[in-house]
Design a protein around this ligand. Structure first.
Ligand code: ATP
Ligand code: MG
Length: 274
């Protein structure tokens, strides 16, 4: 589903970011609508994580503007992003192995009643949250160390939802997962869309991207290199945009302005990973 006419919940305009001599991002635009899954793809070093860190307030952009529901906002620190309703789930997950599922879900935002931890209420809310998201976990009282990678990822995503965000950013949520576990996580992404959240999914896996995304935004060498509607685009077209091999209006224009000719693809069409 593509919400062309609706106001984006999050819009980035002209984002640039430099690290010393490295121009990591140049004039990048990105829009995410409510109930839309946007995949952010690009080769290693294309600037995906840098863009995520700018949105999350971890490492703010040097230039450009950010709009939230059509209004200009500033995201200078992680707290600003959280206040707006942007949740980011990083690849390293930051779960505590020795704590159980409830403990992890409420880590840092524990519920208390009369000065002591309200374990009963936390467990109740944990069960409700997992049930709403159709997340299947053997017990909410087992240490997360004993969960599968896919279950751990779904717990990490569930935790990000406790603050009731409107946009969730998932940085490579399926990178370390097998087929069945990947399916669990992608199912959860579908639940997020059903809840009208905007989702930004960073992935190198074209099969995952095509399975759940509505649109694909391609970054190449720190610049936009096309935004594609998934149902209307072949995998080859997306891969070509990632590698720069495509001969389309976007790359021709980029080639003209950069003074460089498009190069041939050396990347496998199924997975764009080194
Ligand atoms: N803290 C930093 N200091 C200096 N250079 C950086 C820093 N962070 C990123 N870069 C550079 O910015 C560019 C973009 O990096 P980024 O991590 O955003 O790429 P990416 O698309 O996430 O790649 P990957 O797929 O490998 O995760 C790279 O050239 C990288 O070396
Ligand atoms: Mg990265």
């Amino acid at each position: 589903m593509i919400h062309v006419s609706a106001t984006p919940v999050l819009a980035l305009r002209g984002i640039s970011k430099r690290f010393g001599a490295v121009q990591a991002l140049t004039d990048v635009d990105l829009e995410i609508h409510p109930g839309e899954v946007v995949a952010l793809v690009g080769d290693n070093g294309a600037g995906k994580s840098t863009l995520v860190k700018a949105i999350a307030g971890v490492s703010p952009a040097d230039e450009g503007s950010i709009e939230w529901n059509g209004k200009p906002v500033r995201i200078d620190k992680p707290h600003d992003a959280q206040q707006l309703g942007i949740a980011t789930v990083y690849q390293d997950l930051a779960l505590c192995d020795n704590l159980d599922v409830v403990g992890n879900l409420f880590l840092g935002s524990e519920l208390t009643a009369r000065g002591v931890l309200d374990e009963v209420e936390m467990e109740r809310r944990a069960r409700t949250l997992l049930a709403t998201l159709s997340i299947r976990i053997p017990s909410v009282r087992i240490p997360v160390a004993s969960l599968s990678g896919g279950q751990r990822q779904t717990v990490a995503i569930a935790r990000s939802l406790l603050g009731e965000p409107r946009v969730v950013i998932l940085d490579e949520p399926t990178a370390a997962l097998g087929v069945e576990q990947t399916a669990q996580v992608l199912d959860l992404v579908e639940r997020l869309r059903e809840r009208e959240l905007g989702v930004l999914l960073i992935s190198h896996n074209m099969a995952d991207v095509r399975a759940v995304s509505d649109r694909v935004a391609v970054l190449r060498l720190g610049r936009n290199n096309g935004t594609f509607s998934v149902p209307d685009t072949t995998q080859e077209e997306i891969v070509s945009a990632i590698t720069g091999a495509t001969d389309n209006v976007v790359t021709r224009r980029n080639a003209r302005t950069a003074g460089a000719a498009p190069t041939a693809s050396t990347t496998s069409p199924t997975e764009v990973q080194q």
